[in-house]
Design a protein. Structure first.
Length: 306
DNA sequence: CTCCAGGCCGTCC
DNA sequence: GGACGGCATGGA
């Protein structure tokens, strides 16, 4: 991987096993818009990115090293997915089809507070509606970042902004019964930020500090249990935060889709959530999160088990 | 109209 | 500990 800078854009070259469309559309994040084939606008850590991919080249709308590094981290471009895919197929050849269909998925390294709030919102909701609510939350409480093709983009609110959001505000954003859950998560975020001693104005640095100073001392299970103290966070949401934000790539979130997919591919019968979690841990081990995402997107696109 | 959505909580046994 | 109804809102 190599970065070349031009007047007002840069190109990341030699990108392997990555597809921007598959990565953004596979259901792990909610804050993006498709502009054209292989071309997306999205918000990440207070940055508005426009990204266009052509084969193994990614063109981006900045020459700022800091932003480029945020993007490389966010898109997980330094991880060798060729190795991961080979390892998964070695463990289970049944995954081959799902992996080959979505060969370019990367697991994003998302901001902690956005991941937590987004997946609390996600319960009992369709992805399109989750995206609408995240957009509304950002427009109302985030910060204007710019516009692309006439569409305005706002940052996901930072923790200081989140601390000012009331239960009624959340209800106005059509979050329904999740409103008090989001309020509880807001309070916890303020607490995490304070205990991480994260004083910076830079949302990327604050996020890193929370991950390092609050969660890095925990293992995966401890982090999950800590997250489950938040109202509205159960195993599934906690696993999503672990996988998509806290770098626990072994986390295997079991939702209605994964349940259906695993039952149809492996069990050939109904199976409990716990049974599926144990099965996935035994089979995929520390690669569970990757397997989950290949399966999730593949299953959804092909309406597996429905 | 009914059914379901990247679930979880409170309550019951 | 496991089972079950309820839950706001919107889309199919």
């Amino acid at each position: 991987m190599k970065v070349k800078k031009y007047d007002n854009y840069s190109i990341i070259e030699d990108v392997k096993d990555f597809d921007i469309g598959q990565t953004l559309e596979c259901g792990q994040c909610f804050h993006f818009n498709k502009i054209d084939d292989n071309e997306y606008a999205f918000v990440s850590f207070n940055n508005l990115f426009a990204v266009k991919q052509k084969n193994d080249e990614i063109m981006i709308n900045t020459t700022d090293d800091k932003k480029i590094n945020v993007l490389i981290d966010y898109l997980d471009l330094n991880t060798n997915y060729g190795h991961i895919k080979k390892e998964l197929i070695k463990r289970d050849d049944l995954l081959r089809e799902a992996i080959e269909a979505n060969w370019g998925i990367h697991i994003l390294n998302q901001e902690f507070s956005e991941t937590l709030m987004s997946f609390i919102i996600s319960q009992n909701k369709q992805i399109q509606h989750i995206r609408k609510i995240v957009k509304g939350l950002s427009e109302r409480f985030g910060e204007f970042l710019g516009s692309i093709n006439g569409v305005d983009y706002y940052s996901f609110p930072d923790i200081d902004q989140i601390s000012n959001i009331s239960v009624d505000d959340y209800k106005e954003l059509k979050t329904g019964f999740r409103a008090p859950y989001l309020k509880d998560a807001s309070d916890k975020l303020v607490y995490y930020k304070a205990s991480a001693n994260a004083l910076s104005d830079d949302i990327y640095i604050v996020d890193k500090k929370i991950k390092e100073n609050v969660f890095a001392g925990m293992n995966e299970e401890m982090a999950r249990e800590e997250l489950k103290k938040i109202k509205g966070v159960g195993d599934k949401v906690a696993n999503c935060v672990n996988l998509f934000s806290l770098s626990y790539r072994g986390a295997f979130p079991v939702d209605v889709w994964i349940k259906r997919i695993m039952e149809s591919m492996y069990f050939k019968r109904e199976a409990s959530k716990e049974e599926i979690e144990k099965f996935a841990l035994d089979l995929y081990g520390e690669y569970g999160g990757y397997a989950q995402q290949y399966l999730f997107f593949f299953g959804r696109e092909n309406n597996l088990g429905k």
